[in-house]
Design a protein around this ligand. Sequence first.
Ligand SMILES: NC(=O)c1ccc[n+]([C@@H]2O[C@H](COP(=O)([O-])OP(=O)(O)OC[C@H]3O[C@@H](n4cnc5c(N)ncnc54)[C@H](O)[C@@H]3O)[C@@H](O)[C@H]2O)c1
Ligand SMILES: [Zn+2]
Length: 386
Amino acid sequence: MSHRTTALVTGGAGLIGSHIVDQALAAGWDVRILDNLQRQTHRQGKPAWVPDAAKFVHGDVRNRRDWERALDGVDVVFHEAAYGGYMPEIAKFIDANGVGTALLLETIRDRRLPVRKVVVASSQAVYNEGAYACPEHGPFYGTSRAIGRLERGDYEVHCPVCDAVAAAVPTDEGAPTGGENTYAISKMIQERLVLAWGKATGVPAVALRYSCTYGPRQSLFNPYTGVIAIFCTRLVNGLPPVVYEDGRQSRDLVYVEDVARANMVVAEDDRANGRVYNVGTGQAAAIGDLARLLAGRLGTPLEPEFPGEFRPGEMRALISDNRRIAELGWAPRTGLDEGIGRYLDWVREQGEIAEYFGAAERILRRRQVVRRAEAAKGMLAAGNRT
Ligand SMILES: NC(=O)c1ccc[n+]([C@@H]2O[C@H](COP(=O)([O-])OP(=O)(O)OC[C@H]3O[C@@H](n4cnc5c(N)ncnc54)[C@H](O)[C@@H]3O)[C@@H](O)[C@H]2O)c1
Ligand SMILES: [Zn+2]
């Protein structure tokens, strides 16, 4: 290439975007950030980790003018900005994630911008329920769990043939997708818009389905995203982590620098063009164990609470099958123990940490984004809640 690569990182003040910014700068690229410093995530304004070496465009992906300002002269777009989490809004998700992405593509088209790659942040959430195996009937792709079963406190995924409890196995990119909650649907829209547009226009496009990402800079203010951050803010405030379901639901927890590096890998490798990739570790941690692990590492004796709640449309388990991205030479480098250590070191440097989860949860219950199983309601009535 004759000139220096210029990258635009949307959401570049956030968790994943900010690490992409660092890695792109380290690679010698010119870097620009488009971020609206969403208040729920950045309660204290522009974070100190946004480097002076990157050009910061304070703007909103829902605003065409902001895209025009940010995209001028850009070679590679990493589209990370999104409205995320389990929240009651519906229109806002589609607006920020769907319309925001549409405006990105229209701006490139209408201004005939010479962008040579678009990498979009998708999510494991697009899998309705991942891959499972019945001890008797073998592998199958799960479907979203019925509310009636969840209400009875049956959180497992069952074999469609014999109804036995099935075990989660790694989910590959060929698994059925669609999205069973508003966030997931909006990520699906983003992914499909970018890939279909890339195919139609010939602009190389890649979608990355991240699994649960954690690490330094994950907002300590946002009570709706990041299970590790939410548990930590509870624990450092002397409050027990609140675990949904029975705590045996699991997630593939991937360290943020590994996710950022996956972005750099697909940006530079033509084999990735037009494709979708899982980005995860291939290992899953049970959420209840994670709550206890964090309490232990923070040196508090607080036991997690299991109030018997669930979120309709949430998956039971997701283990990312990362063989496809391994073909491009990517592999996770930071394991959970080391990653959590690095995250907690960062948390300890953050000074006073407030707790926003309790208030947020009351809103979510009112809006039925969080529901309580019938069995647990009975226990509450009997005064069994500790
Ligand atoms: N963290 C995860 O576990 C995870 C998992 C799967 C996918 N993802 C996806 O990865 C991307 C990055 O997530 P993250 O964890 O870094 O989130 P984050 O909240 O830390 O960062 C998102 C950034 O986008 C900005 N932003 C939000 N709305 C915006 C708007 N309308 N205009 C401009 N900027 C806006 C925010 O201010 C923030 O700095 C998102 O697309 C998310 O859906 C994250
Ligand atoms: Zn079976």
